[in-house]
Design a protein around this ligand. Structure first.
Ligand code: KG4
Ligand code: ZN
Length: 349
């Protein structure tokens, strides 16, 4: 059992949470989206500055909401990789300072391990092994979750991440940033079979297709060609139909690969994590397909699909319970494979 204060600043949310194992005591998420919207995407320097301005206030708010004193906190954690280096540094430095000041163990957390742990917040009884479908703005992978800190990547995207595809398609449809939520909303008014789009299969050298790897760059280009054709013909772009067809294609492609992977590896639970786990089309299609194969699909609570600190605290609480802590000299990394998670920790004793 461990109560952890966790900080997440890897991209464009300044988030602080206090988590008691798999239960959230408080969660503050200060989104920078309105600041970055005018640039059409996240500007790293602006993100770092915003984190700096917000972090102390977010920490104070998280403590106040949880109604806990520093004496009741067992450890302090922050996302240390992967992400924007300047942004990560703000959260990591704040966490280290608090750990030294209050004489608490310090833990660096891998952002994607956090997204895996978000599912525990809606399903505290979940235990490995299970398959994690990680679908965020920067990553799209199928992960075999073996135990806390031990992961194997079974499949991934060869190019764009699922969230990135949503963002790029939204940009070319002039829908603004971030694209996922806007496309999701528009898709509900559109016809998902209005256009046939490529699902992004990856060919194997000896023939056939990769069962778990996929690609989204061809899909994005197909949408671009479609839009250009409408413009060339002087016709109005049926934005809702394009959004619905695109969303359905992404959802089907992810579903097929996740189901194949779960069945091949004999894993009967698929836990979805990352911003795209909030997508209504993916939730519907994956749930229906899983039911056909007697598989269980779990999603995090909606507010913990996109970046938050509660998921980081949940992962840190488990590591701390297992005696894992990080050296205070730990640095940030813009890239770090999920298979390297245990390099962040030293075991007690
Ligand atoms: O996990 P996340 O907050 O940040 C990363 O770790 O990348 O994911 C952000 C991504 C963005 O690309 C955003 O467009 C996408 O998640 N997203 C969605 C939805 N909500 C957020 N994509 C599809 N449907 C949604 N409802
Ligand atoms: Zn994320």
């Amino acid at each position: 059992m461990a109560i952890v204060l966790a900080i997440e600043t890897s991209c464009d949310e300044t988030a602080v949470a206090i988590v008691n194992n798999r239960q959230v005591e408080s969660s503050i998420i200060a989104s920078q989206i309105p600041v970055h919207q005018q640039y059409g995407g996240v500007v790293p320097e602006v993100a770092s500055r915003q984190h700096l301005e917000t972090i102390n206030y977010a920490i104070a708010q998280a403590m106040e909401q949880a109604k806990l004193s520093w004496g009741e906190i067992d450890g302090i954690a922050a996302t240390c990789a992967p992400g924007l280096v300047g942004a990560l540094l703000v959260g990591l430095t704040a966490a280290k300072t608090l750990a030294i000041l209050h004489k608490k163990p310090f833990l660096g957390v891998h952002h994607l391990e956090g997204h895996i742990y978000a599912t525990y917040l809606s399903e505290p009884s979940l235990e490995p092994p299970f398959l994690s479908l990680l679908v965020s703005g920067g990553h799209t992978s199928l992960i075999y979750v073996k135990e806390c800190g031990i992961y194997e990547t079974l499949g991934e995207t060869r190019d764009d991440a699922a969230g990135e595809a949503f963002d790029k398609v939204a940009r070319l449809l002039k829908l603004g940033y971030p694209g996922g939520p806007v496309i999701d909303k528009l898709a509900q008014q559109g016809d998902p079979i209005a256009f046939t789009l490529p699902e992004g299969k990856v060919s194997l050298p000896g023939g056939g297709y990769h069962r778990y790897d996929g690609s989204f760059s061809g899909l994005k280009t197909a949408v671009l060609r479609l839009v250009q054709q409408f413009e060339k013909d002087g016709k109005e772009i049926p934005v809702a139909d394009v959004a619905a067809s695109f969303q359905q294609t992404v959802a089907r492609s992810l579903t097929k690969r996740a189901i194949a992977c779960a069945l091949d590896y004999g894993l009967n639970t698929i836990a979805v994590g990352g911003g795209v786990a909030a997508n209504s089309g993916l939730r519907k299609i994956l749930q229906a397909a899983a039911a056909e194969h007697n598989l269980r699909v779990l999603f995090p609570p909606m507010k913990f699909c996109t970046d938050n600190a509660a998921m980081i605290g949940c992962a840190a609480a488990e590591h701390l319970s297992l005696g894992h802590t990080s050296p205070i000299t730990l640095g940030v990394e813009s890239r770090l494979a999920l298979t390297q998670v245990m390099k962040l920790y030293q075991s007690a004793g």
